[in-house]
Every structure is written in structure tokens, then in C-alpha cells.
Ligand binder design. Structure first.
Ligand code: BGC
Length: 737
């Protein structure tokens, strides 16, 4: 029996249940086999010219030199013409990991921003991801998009990766489960979703040429398994191959990744589109690429006329081309993209969609520390000082292609680029959801003052006069750039330390996309990790601070105590290469490789378990305003059951976590099951989980191998606080995917 002390007020189930019908799900996708048969029939009617229409896309953006934007395109990341004669619709693509992307304001519209991917993952709640996906899909339809570049499923192998905020977690089960739910939500709108970036795309430095070195077993048991689970659960119509190389071959040109793993072993019948500028040549078509995206960014339009000519000369290429078309058409028909056309000019219920973003933010906020029950704040506090983080204006947003902005644009936009071609992407922006305003609304009888934290002495002076200080600390992250370390920038560590020294009632709210180290942790009683909390982030933060929401987020990544605990002390290439959003090599012969065999499949908490390093906060960790006790773990074959009880005085949600901890006496750690459970004060609930046998197995001799023996399982409050071990015997087993 394990107990935890957590305290709070209110549960959000009821509200969330009410939200479910908001994006009413349309008819289920047509039967996959029927879609494929129809696709094959249409391919049979295509002329040679028509066969290379669906295989090439462009970027329909006015900023592209010499571009003539087709009349039926919508400004966004991509456009692939249709074949009107055969009733095949054009594909209009938008980035959509966190909402319909803003593309630098070029479309002159806005969309609802969900919290960052890591924040959504911190909910450990697939329903939140499904609902978020359904919301994004409905907004995308209203703008005329029918393909969404979403489903970021790369594992967090290094928390300094600039896209950590956009991705979900460091664990294959958590990532696969959640990304599958997000894709299901998107595709419920008769829109195709991608899963991306396939695969082993773990850093932004040198992103277009870094060579990820990894053995097959390690890859299959980690990053590939996250994609495999995500594909099984979400059935994405498309997968986007990544920029990087894997073992010396470009991911979009990798016969092993695309033909063998994705299409053959996983029996997946969707189509592979390239990342923008990731296609090295015509060979990609033979090696499993079906569609060349954003072709203006590649050195040539390989999958157009060049492919048509090659197909005319070579029957094997012609067969590949038919297969490519069949796959794109199957995704279109299986999702009803043609039957339910998405047309621009639809209406968007921003109020309802904002509620979806708000709920995701509330469930994703992680209470990291709460000494002496400082939180929730009493509405009776008289003098509150709010310091820093542009909290008067909004909440931070991550940047890059996933950037979403609301209809009024960013509340704050700080240009940080050097004026180069990607200057417009290099803005630190804040969504217009002011925590200060929301705090004032929560504490109407208090005097709430604000200081931006620019002058440390002034912040200290204000802190001394207050009953409670709330310091907002932010760290911006963007696609295209990794981070040098895990410290807070711009002197914020010093600001927090000075304020905490002036007033012991200091609460820190972090808005970061990555884990950060907290040198001042011992000096403050309370810390909330609010991530980039999206369109309604300010309201979500205030709701947790004042206890209207009982925090239930759990860390989806380990927070290291320092970079010396990571498998790589620095990101490969970071120290030597000039940062470059595009990630192109400075000279054709520049080489960077990164060795993932150091940790192999022991990513994140598994690396910490293997090395014995003590993290600042472990994977799976998060406090509550109530207390829970998990008990009675039973494992019967691949079925686990346990009981979760709310032993405190407030309603709240716990996340039951079951870990494999040993095999035949050898320590081994893997998350094998989890479930978020909402419980009224004093209530308890039985949780039943099915264990995926791949999580217990090794990849060996071309398949999954389960050695015979005793497997130890334990309940975990998180990856480091584990309960009594339950041993179960398994017979030897070997199987293919
Ligand atoms: C990103 C993808 C994105 C694409 C289109 C690339 O730079 O890596 O995630 O979907 O651009 O915007």
C-alpha cells in the first residue's frame, strides 16, 4: 500500500463530459478494405500524367518566390492538386499539432491554441487528446483543410530538444496511446492526420543531416514502438518521414524504415509524405516515400515528371507508382475526405473550443511542490504581488511550424531572429490569456499588484510588502533550435531566489516547454509547471492556484537535476554549428552524428533507473490537493488490476501507474499500464489494465521475444516511488508484429 498527500477542491469530470458533444463526431471512416479496393479501381483509370499529381505537393504561401497559388488552395503548409476528372479532391494541408497553424498571420485568421504537446501529455488522459484533436479538426475543416500535419510522436530522448514542447513524452506506451487518441479525434472530422516525424528525429541541431545511429532492437523497443502503438490506435492516413538520417540513410529514403517496418511489418496501408525539404532524390519513391511535400524546398521535384519518366521506362517503378497512388487514395476514401469536403468559410465556435483548451490546460498543470499546503491560495489573501513572465498580458507559446495564434494575434511578440529568411518564425509570443487578470478575478477583495521583474530590487521591495508572491518564469522554445542547457534564461533564477529570500510565501509558476533545473527550489514552498498552457492558459493557472481545479497533471518526462545526468552531455553539433532554423549543413561535407546506442531503448526514466542518477523530479510525478492510496496490485498474465482510493477531503484525480521492475531478478523498468481516475473525497475505484506484451519483451531475431521466467511488477506513484513487487511467471514466447 502506498500513500501520497495531496490536497484541493474540485473535479472537472462533469465539465469535460459536457464538452464531449461539442465537436460532434461525424460518421465513422469507411471500411479500410473497401477504401483500398476503390483506390485501386481509380488508379486503374489514371493516365500517366495523372499518376504523378498526388505524389507532389507545394507550399501555397505568398512568401515563396515566384509562386502562383492555385485557386483552390488555402494558405498553409501544403497543397496537392486533385484529379477532378476522377473526383479526387485536392489536399489542403495545415500544421496542427496544437491547433490550426498561424503561418505568420499570412491567412489573416486565428485558431484555438491547445496547450503544448508536453502539457497535453501531462494529463495522462487520452480523452483530452481525443477531444483536442476533434476540436482542431473541426476548426481545420472550417478553414478548408483536409490534411493535418499533426501527431508528433518523437520520444524525448534529450530534454534540450527544441521541439520537446511539441511532442508528448519519453515513454512509448504513453506517447503511443496519447498520439493515437489525438489522431482519432482529428480524423473523426473526415480529415487525414499524419503521425510524425518518422523516425528517431530527436534533435533540431543539424536537423536535415544529423545521422542517428541506433541498433535495430533499441529502435524497435523505443521510438518505433511509440509510432507502432500510435498507428494501431489512431490509424493515421499518413505518416511524415523525418529530416534526419538513420544509420547513414535519410529517413525519407530508408527502405528499412518505410517499406520494411512501417508498411510490411506493421501492415499499415496509409501513405508516407515527406517532411518539408527532406527528399534527397528519386530513390525515395522506391524506398517507400509516396508523396513529396513542399517540393520547392527540395533540390528537385523528384516525384513529379522525373518519376513519370522513370515509370514509363521501368515496370518496377510503374508498379511502385501505382502503389503510391493507391495509398494516397486509400487514405482519402477511408476518411471520407471526398464525400465530406472541407470548404473554407465555415463557422468556428471559439467559445466552445476555448473550453476544450482550458480543460486540457487544467488537467496538464503539474503541482511540483506544495510545502505546508501553501496552495491552494486562500481567497482571503489581502496583498498579492504577481511578478514576471508577461503575466499581465498572457501565457507563453512555443514556436515554429506548430505556432497557433488566436483571432487577435499574439498578446506579446518579441522578435529574436537575426533578420534571416525565417525571421517571422523567430518571435517569442504570448497568447492573450492573462494570468494576472484571472488571479484578480479569483481574489476580488485582494490588492493584486504586478511587476514585470525587469528591476530585481523593485521586485524584492514589492515582495516584502505582500502576503503572497506569485512569480511567473518562462523559457521559450522553438522548432529549429535546441537549448544550451536546462536553466531559466534572463536572470529569472536570480529573480526567484531574491524574491523568495524577501518573502517565504513565494509560489513559482513555470511556463516552459522543457524541463528546467530549479536552483532556488529549496527556498520556495510551492511550484507549478504550467508548460505553454494555450489559449486559456491564464484562467487554468488561476483556477489551480486558487483550488477551483485540483491539480492532477503528472510529468510525462523526467526533470533531470542537471545535464550531466543525460546520456549526452551536449547535443551533438550544438557547440560547433551556427544555429540554423532550416537545419541545412553549412558545407556539403559537414557531418554530425548522434549515438542513441548509449542509452538504447532505456530512454528517460529508464536511463535514470539504469544509471541510478537521482532526478530533480521523476517521470510520472505530480502532487494534488488531496491524498490517494493505490493498493492491491494483482497481475494475472497480461491483466493487471488494482484499487485507487482518494483518502483526502477533496475530489481529485490520480493516475494509476504500473511498472515492470524486474525480469528474472534483474532490474528492468518499463511503464506497462496507466489510467487517470477521478475520485470524490473518500471514494475508491478498481482499475483494470491490459499489458501489451511488447512492453515486457525484447526485439530479437526479427520479432518480439519474451524469455521464460519471473516478471516483477509494482505500482508507482511515479517512476521512482514504487510499491511492493508482485512476481508473475511467463512462459517463453516469440512472435512477429
Ligand atoms: C516541420 C514539420 C511541419 C512541416 C510543414 C517542417 O519544418 O518539421 O513538422 O509539418 O515543416 O510546415
Amino acid at each position: 500500500m502506498m500513500t501520497r498527500t495531496r490536497a484541493a477542491l474540485h473535479t472537472t469530470t462533469a465539465l469535460f463530459a459536457l464538452l464531449l458533444p461539442v465537436a460532434a463526431l461525424a460518421d465513422a471512416p469507411s471500411d479500410a478494405a473497401a477504401a483500398k479496393a476503390r483506390a485501386q479501381a481509380v488508379v486503374g483509370k489514371m493516365t500517366a500524367d495523372e499518376k504523378v499529381v498526388l505524389t507532389v505537393g507545394i507550399m501555397p504561401m505568398p512568401v515563396i518566390p515566384g509562386i502562383k497559388i492555385p485557386a483552390d488552395a488555402v494558405i498553409g503548409a501544403g497543397y496537392v492538386p486533385g484529379v477532378a476528372r476522377l473526383g479526387v479532391p485536392a489536399l489542403r494541408e495545415s500544421d496542427a499539432s496544437l491547433g490550426v497553424a498561424w503561418v505568420g498571420g499570412m491567412r489573416h485568421d486565428g485558431a484555438t491554441a491547445l496547450p503544448s504537446g508536453i502539457a497535453q501529455a501531462a494529463t495522462w488522459n487520452p480523452d483530452v487528446l481525443r477531444q483536442g484533436g476533434a476540436m482542431i479538426g473541426s476548426e481545420a475543416r472550417a478553414k478548408g483543410f483536409n490534411v493535418l500535419l499533426a501527431g508528433g510522436a518523437n520520444l524525448t530522448r534529450d530534454p534540450r530538444n527544441g521541439r520537446t514542447f511539441e511532442y508528448l513524452s519519453e515513454d512509448p506506451l504513453l506517447t503511443g496511446t496519447l498520439v493515437g487518441a489525438a489522431i482519432t479525434g482529428i480524423q473523426s472530422n473526415h480529415i487525414i492526420s499524419t503521425i510524425k516525424h518518422f523516425a528517431l528525429n530527436g534533435q533540431e541541431t543539424a536537423r536535415k543531416f544529423v545521422d542517428t545511429r541506433i541498433g535495430e532492437a533499441a529502435a524497435r523497443e523505443s521510438d518505433l514502438l511509440a509510432f507502432e502503438i500510435g498507428i494501431e490506435r489512431g490509424h493515421p492516413g499518413s505518416a511524415m518521414c523525418s529530416y534526419n538520417q538513420v544509420n547513414g540513410v535519410h529517413a525519407c529514403d530508408s527502405d528499412w524504415l518505410l517499406n520494411t517496418v512501417l508498411k510490411h511489418d506493421w501492415h499499415w496501408d496509409g501513405f508516407v509524405m515527406s517532411d518539408w525539404g527532406a527528399v534527397p532524390g528519386l530513390s525515395t519513391a522506391i524506398h517507400g516515400l509516396d508523396q513529396q511535400s513542399g517540393s520547392q524546398l527540395d533540390p528537385g521535384v523528384f516525384l513529379g515528371k522525373t518519376l513519370e519518366d522513370a515509370a514509363a521506362k521501368d515496370k518496377a517503378v510503374a508498379k511502385h507508382l501505382d502503389e503510391m497512388n493507391t495509398r494516397v487514395l486509400t487514405a482519402i476514401y477511408a476518411n471520407g475526405v471526398d464525400k465530406y469536403p472541407a470548404t473554407p468559410g465555415g463557422t468556428i465556435d471559439f467559445k466552445a473550443d476555448g473550453e476544450v483548451a482550458l480543460e486540457a490546460a487544467k488537467q496538464g498543470i503539474v503541482l511540483l511542490k506544495n510545502d505546508g499546503g501553501v496552495l491552494p491560495l486562500a481567497a482571503s489573501a489581502k496583498r498579492i504581488v504577481v511578478i514576471g513572465g508577461y503575466a499581465a498580458r498572457g501565457v507563453m507559446s512555443g514556436a515554429g511550424s506548430s505556432q497557433v495564434q488566436g483571432t487577435t494575434g499574439p498578446a506579446v511578440s518579441i522578435p529574436v531572429g537575426d533578420g534571416g529568411p525565417f525571421a517571422d518564425l523567430m518571435n517569442r509570443t504570448y497568447h492573450a490569456s492573462s494570468p494576472l487578470k484571472a488571479i484578480r478575478a479569483m481574489a476580488p477583495s485582494a490588492t493584486v499588484t504586478y511587476r514585470d521583474g525587469y528591476e530585481l530590487a523593485d521586485a524584492v521591495l514589492q515582495a516584502k510588502k505582500a502576503d503572497v508572491v506569485i512569480v511567473f518564469a518562462t523559457k521559450w522554445a522553438t522548432e529549429g533550435l535546441d537549448q544550451a542547457d536546462l536553466t531559466l534564461p534572463e536572470g529569472q533564477d536570480a529573480l526567484i531566489a531574491a524574491v523568495a529570500a524577501a518573502n517565504p510565501h513565494t509560489v513559482v509558476v513555470l511556463e516552459t516547454g522543457n524541463p528546467v533545473t530549479m536552483p532556488w527550489l529549496g527556498a520556495v514552498p510551492a511550484v507549478l509547471e504550467a508548460w505553454y498552457p494555450g489559449a486559456r492558459g491564464g484562467d487554468a493557472i488561476a483556477s489551480v492556484l486558487f483550488g477551483q481545479t485540483n491539480p492532477s497533471g503528472r510529468l510525462p518526462v523526467t526533470f533531470p537535476a542537471g545535464t550531466d545526468q543525460l546520456p549526452r552531455h551536449e547535443i551533438d553539433g550544438y557547440a560547433t554549428l551556427e544555429p540554423n532554423f532550416a537545419g541545412d549543413p553549412p558545407t556539403p561535407d559537414t557531418k554530425v552524428s548522434t549515438n542513441y546506442d548509449i542509452e538504447g531503448s532505456d530512454v528517460g526514466y529508464r536511463w535514470f533507473a539504469r544509471t541510478g542518477a537521482k532526478p530533480l523530479f521523476p517521470f510520472g510525478y505530480g502532487l494534488s490537493y488531496t491524498s490517494f492510496a493505490s493498493s492491491g496490485l494483482k497481475v494475472d498474465g497480461l491483466h493487471a488490476s488494482l484499487t485507487v482510493a482518494n483518502t483526502g477531503a477533496r475530489a481529485g484525480a490520480d493516475v494509476a501507474q504500473v511498472y515492470l521492475v524486474s525480469r528474472n531478478g534483474t532490474a528492468k523498468q518499463r511503464l506497462v499500464g496507466f489510467q487517470r481516475v477521478e475520485l470524490a473525497a473518500g471514494a475508491s475505484s478498481k482499475v483494470d489494465l491490459t499489458i501489451d506484451p511488447r512492453l515486457l519483451a525484447d526485439w530479437k531475431d526479427g520479432g518480439w521475444t519474451l524469455p521464460a521466467g519471473d516478471y516483477g511488477f509494482a505500482l508507482g506513484d511515479d517512476a521512482t516511488h514504487l510499491g511492493a513487487v508482485v512476481n508473475v511467471h511467463f512462459a517463453a514466447r516469440h512472435w512477429k508484429d
